[in-house]
Design a protein. Structure first.
Length: 249
């Protein structure tokens, strides 16, 4: 090894840092086994080999309508039997627990935007069985809340998905006309009341097939309200796509 190469490796210039544990590693040593086939090569090199195993996608039985993980069957859950959700299909990467939960919390509340490319790659893989849309739409925030946080995590994920699949990102199609109380910590009934008339859509969505993007699905109330707003202006189909599904507790 030449003196230059020794100096190069001593400074770890030939390595990158894992976006989860922040330890340096050689990207060539990590090849994602669940990377979307159309994703750029570097998308699978964001995690070190040890952390990569912590983000394996969920492949167990689930409700086909809302994605709720089931113990043994692919049958509809009780909620969907009584009240089927308004979307046409859905996809998600994993269960909201462990390392995936940690990454989403760090993105949403600690502002670690560096995690968005990794999570966007997972969205891309989760969308493999969905029909290609005309546009991507992220669940929006009210401008006052956007100013307070400084970013919308759903929009950051949608931007990464746009970079991966090339589908146009149309943030103007869906908006919040008023501030709302954060959904986290609310009961299911309070979540529903909180989302009454929470979203409005532009008539430019008429006739479009859309992917609606969010970070987490818990009860599905936020996504349902967003889908209904888009359907009210004539969107042809709306498929929901999110990173993690909260399990039944």
């Amino acid at each position: 090894m030449t003196l230059f190469k020794k100096f190069f490796h001593a400074l770890e210039l030939g390595q990158t840092r894992c976006v989860h544990c922040l330890r340096p590693f050689s990207p060539s040593a990590s090849v994602s086994s669940f990377q979307s086939p159309c994703a750029p090569p570097e998308a699978g090199a964001l995690l070190c080999p040890d952390c990569e195993a912590l983000f394996t996608p969920y492949s167990g039985p689930r409700c086909p309508l809302c994605g709720l993980p089931n113990t043994s069957t692919e049958a509809l859950c009780g909620s969907c039997l009584q009240h089927p959700p308004p979307w046409d299909g859905l996809g998600y990467h994993g269960i909201y627990q462990g390392a995936l939960r940690d990454a989403l919390l760090r993105l949403k509340f600690a502002g670690e935007i560096s995690l968005a490319p990794l999570l966007g790659t997972y969205l891309h893989g989760a969308a493999a069985n969905l029909p290609r849309p005309d546009a991507l739409v992220a669940v929006p925030q009210h401008p006052a809340q956007l100013r307070k946080r400084g970013f919308n995590q759903a929009h950051e994920l949608a931007k990464e998905l746009h970079n991966l699949c090339g589908v146009p990102l149309r943030p103007e199609l869906l908006f919040r006309p008023r501030p709302h109380t954060p959904q986290s910590g609310l009961s299911a009934s309070d979540r529903r009341r909180n989302m009454n008339n929470a979203f409005f859509a532009e008539y430019a969505a008429t006739g479009l097939v859309l992917w609606l993007i969010d970070d987490i699905m818990t009860t599905g109330v936020t996504l349902s309200a967003s889908v209904k707003a888009l359907r009210n202006v004539g969107a042809q189909k709306v498929h929901v796509l999110f990173v993690a599904r909260t399990p039944l507790t």
